[in-house]
Design a protein around this ligand. Structure first.
Ligand code: ZN
Length: 349
């Protein structure tokens, strides 16, 4: 089947009360791992590529690999999403390629590092929405700033530096009309999120709950939401790795988020750890091996295992055949008629 609108995937997730993992990809094996997990668990999926991934793999390679996934798995709804677009032009180029969803991260300036002003964020995000919606393409915005850095993107620092203000979130949703909104509640990108098991003092679930109450029609997105499980860290370190002890976002906290309007959960670090651990194990225990398939196959299997687990934990498992994906042109009509408008003043009707 053709690639599906992320908006439709998230609307269906809201109806079913579950979340959908958005997994980052850079190469063929990662895409195969996700599709293996989606087939195994019968899950709809969001595959996403950062700017770094688009550069690493080159746009057309990456896009055609994902098209191959949709040809091979017509029974699985797949949305293709640009993760952390830094400018109108980045989002436009993703849409030109055929991505069905884009994130305009206007919380940072175009350099992907410096926090922008609220007005700058509203301006660039609204511009992307005005361009994307007539084409049926979904838009995710971000308000507040996440901590950490990943793929060269991020403000750095702790996740507590710029927690989303619920009043601003409501104003932002009203003025931009975004479909989905990433909020900052204390999470960070990368492996080093927390230096102890996170509790209410570092992970502001109350802010998330408040935002959902006030924006019930805007799908919330949790970034930096790898759980960084100890067993995956241990495998890396057991075979020569040097990871410092660290904690991610506990799955129970994500599940609490899902009960309170979180529909998209970004996961990257856990998959990176699974892949690296599997490769290290082969190279460390069987140093005579030199065929890349000898370590890429276990790496792909290790990632598939993590993705399957998350799909089950997020509740998307079993939902791949719940609905008929609409052509993106139909989604465009929904935006034109106002039927898909999520702005609080209109959606309250
Ligand atoms: Zn992110």
């Amino acid at each position: 089947m053709p690639l599906v609108s992320m908006r439709q995937l998230l609307d269906e997730a809201a109806k079913g009360g579950y979340g959908v993992g958005a997994f980052n990809v850079n190469d063929m094996e990662q895409i195969q791992a996700i599709m293996g997990a989606a087939t195994e668990t019968k899950s709809p999926v969001i595959i996403q590529a950062s700017r770094g991934a688009r550069q690493f793999a080159q746009d057309r390679y990456l896009f055609h690999l994902i098209l191959a996934a949709s040809e091979l798995h017509p029974e699985i709804p797949i949305a293709m999403h640009q993760d952390h677009g830094n400018s109108f032009e980045t989002c436009k180029s993703a849409i030109a390629l055929g991505y069905t969803s884009v994130m305009m991260d206007g919380s940072l300036k175009e350099d992907g590092k410096t926090p922008s002003t609220f007005e700058e964020n509203v301006e660039v995000t609204r511009r992307v929405v005005e361009y994307a919606h007539p084409l049926g393409v979904t838009v995710e915005g971000e308000i507040g700033v996440l901590g950490g850095v990943e793929d060269g993107h991020g403000a750095g620092g702790s996740g507590l530096d710029h927690i989303t203000d619920p009043d601003q979130a409501v104003e932002f949703a009203e003025r931009t009309g975004v479909d989905a909104l990433a909020i900052a509640i204390g999470t960070s990108h990368g492996a080093y999120k927390f230096n102890k098991k996170p509790d209410g003092s570092v992970l502001k679930m109350d802010v998330l709950i408040e935002i959902h109450k006030r924006l019930p029609h805007t799908h919330l997105v949790m970034h930096g939401s790898s759980s960084v499980p100890k067993d995956l860290q241990d495998i890396v370190n057991e075979y020569g790795g040097k990871l410092k002890e660290t904690w991610g976002v506990p799955v129970e906290e994500i599940q609490l988020g899902i009960r309170n309007g979180v529909r998209k959960i970004n996961v990257d670090t856990d998959n990176r750890l699974a892949i690296t651990g599997a490769i290290r194990k082969v190279l460390w225990t069987q140093p005579e091996k030199f065929d890349p398939r000898d370590y890429m196959k276990p790496a792909r299997e290790a990632m598939q295992k993590v993705v399957s687990q998350r799909m089950t934990q997020f509740g998307q498992a079993g939902h791949s055949a719940d609905y008929a994906p609409l052509p993106i042109t139909e989604i465009a009509k929904g935006y034109a008629s106002g039927a898909l408008d999520t702005r609080p003043s209109l959606a309250a009707k």
